[in-house]
Design a protein around this ligand. Structure first.
Ligand code: BES
Ligand code: ZN
Length: 424
């Protein structure tokens, strides 16, 4: 079902219920059928799995990531036509299957997706949802490397052994924490990206033809080279990524990675072309995002050469570790754990509504003090900020143009609360 947030109906609900218990009782009435993508669905994504997410992101092991990168680099080439490239795709299937088997998880499948145009396979891990199995969250990256000119000697450590290593470590941690999602999670290694996104295009097209309900896709392609002053660049090219899903990424990064042990700084960048597999999903009508290792112009200069090695990245996988955290946050917050801890049930909750172009907000279970509210657009531009706001109140959006935004509330202890919203 395709839905979009309708402030009109929402506001009407607010007005009608205002006499009884205020604007927040009607939050389920804000959907109607319009858009070709699940924009309202994405804007409805919440962040409320703090205890479980923090437990998981504390377990990222840099050595595991390093080992996977080196193991993949040692195939010499993973170009889709080369025997070592075909072998690598089967081996990745077997490694992921072994992780699943070691965890004793017979409910999780690991499958090869065969393509008519190549012997290299894509690999898909499916962790079935317990409540809404038809709703799917995808994280993926390509497992091949090389390009038309360099088929034999590009070892592809960053492009994209690092992405496969990021996915592998994400899977390991989800299994180690006995993750049983409410929605279905799929982890994908795509074949034959380097010849024009062939593997992911085949999968995304198949999913579209089968009317699969993919809610959100995160692309992990090149995660281990830190070329910019910030840690990751959200690809904000509106032709190939979803502005709404990008807002959710900002939301996650502000919530989990704004300070402390898990800090991840971010900026924005564009490839300005269909540079990776997220474009396959976008072109088939799904919401996809791609957060990159750096700004496009600062990215690893060695890709598609013999020098794309782990050694050239200083034999250090710590940059990729940040992307494991982002992938864990993305998967857990969209798919939601089936067993929420009491810590999360009792956590402070922020609720917002748009009423007459005012952003109305309220906190439940909150005994802190707000320090600031900042509103960002999906390009990362700061739209508005308010210092020392009341804990419950409203902020005028009357001068703000129509669009998708995220409001980030910080309390005096530096804790962040954020929500996305749409202005019409
Ligand atoms: N990993 C690259 C894309 C990339 C490059 C992302 C730099 C971020 C920064 C990908 O494997 C690739 O090589 N893509 C091709 C295009 C594709 C359609 C064959 C490219 O960029 O030329
Ligand atoms: Zn490439």
């Amino acid at each position: 079902m395709k839905k979009i947030f309708s402030p009109l109906i929402f506001s009407l609900g607010i007005l009608l219920s205002a006499q009884t218990s205020g604007p927040f009782t009607t939050a389920n009435e804000h959907t109607e059928t319009v858009d070709s993508r699940n924009a309202a669905m994405v804007l409805d994504f919440t962040i409320d799995q703090d205890a479980f997410v923090n437990q998981c992101i504390s377990q990222v092991n840099v050595d595991n990531i390093a080992n996977t990168i080196v193991t993949l680099e040692n195939y010499g080439t993973r170009f889709h036509t080369k025997p070592s490239g075909v072998q690598a795709s089967h081996d990745i299937k077997n490694w992921w299957q072994a992780l699943v088997d070691d965890a004793g998880r017979t409910d999780i499948s690991v499958e090869e997706f065969n393509h008519g145009f190549t012997n290299q396979v894509s690999v898909i891990v499916t962790i079935p949802g317990s409540v809404s199995p038809d709703e799917i969250v995808v994280i993926g990256g390509h497992l091949d490397c090389g390009d038309y000119w360099i088929q034999d000697f590009a070892p592809g450590a960053d492009d994209n052994a690092s992405g496969i290593a990021t996915l592998t470590e994400t899977l390991r941690i989800l299994l180690a924490n006995n993750f049983h999602p409410k929605k279905t999670v799929q982890i994908m290694g795509y074949a034959a990206e380097e010849i024009g996104l062939y593997g992911s295009a085949d999968i995304a097209e198949t999913y579209k033809n089968q009317s699969k309900n993919v809610l959100a896709v995160l692309q992990l392609d090149m995660t281990n080279y830190k070329g910019s002053s910030f840690d990751t660049a959200i690809n904000n090219d509106g032709a190939y990524t979803s502005a709404e899903l990008n807002l959710f990424l900002i939301d996650l990064l502000e919530h989990y990675n704004s300070s402390g042990d898990h800090i991840i700084t971010y900026g924005f960048s564009k490839c300005n072309y269909a540079c990776s597999d997220h474009a396959s999903w976008t072109q088939n009508g799904f919401n996809a995002s791609f957060t990159m290792e750096s700004a496009f112009e600062d990215s690893n200069p060695n890709i598609h050469t013999t020098n794309d090695t782990f050694a050239a990245m200083g034999n250090d996988a710590s940059h990729s570790a940040k992307f494991v955290k982002i992938a864990l946050e993305f998967v857990i917050e969209i798919a939601k754990s089936s067993n929420l801890s009491t810590a999360d049930l009792n956590a402070p909750k922020l609720q917002i509504a748009i009423d007459q172009r005012d952003l109305v907000y309220r906190f439940d279970n909150f005994n802190g003090q707000l320090d600031s509210v900042v509103i960002f657009g999906s390009d990362g531009q700061k739209i508005k900020s308010v210092e020392k706001p009341d804990n419950n109140g409203k902020i005028s959006m009357k001068s703000v143009p129509a669009g998708a935004y995220v409001a980030i509330f910080k309390d005096s202890n530096g804790k962040n609360f954020s929500k996305k919203f749409l202005l019409k």
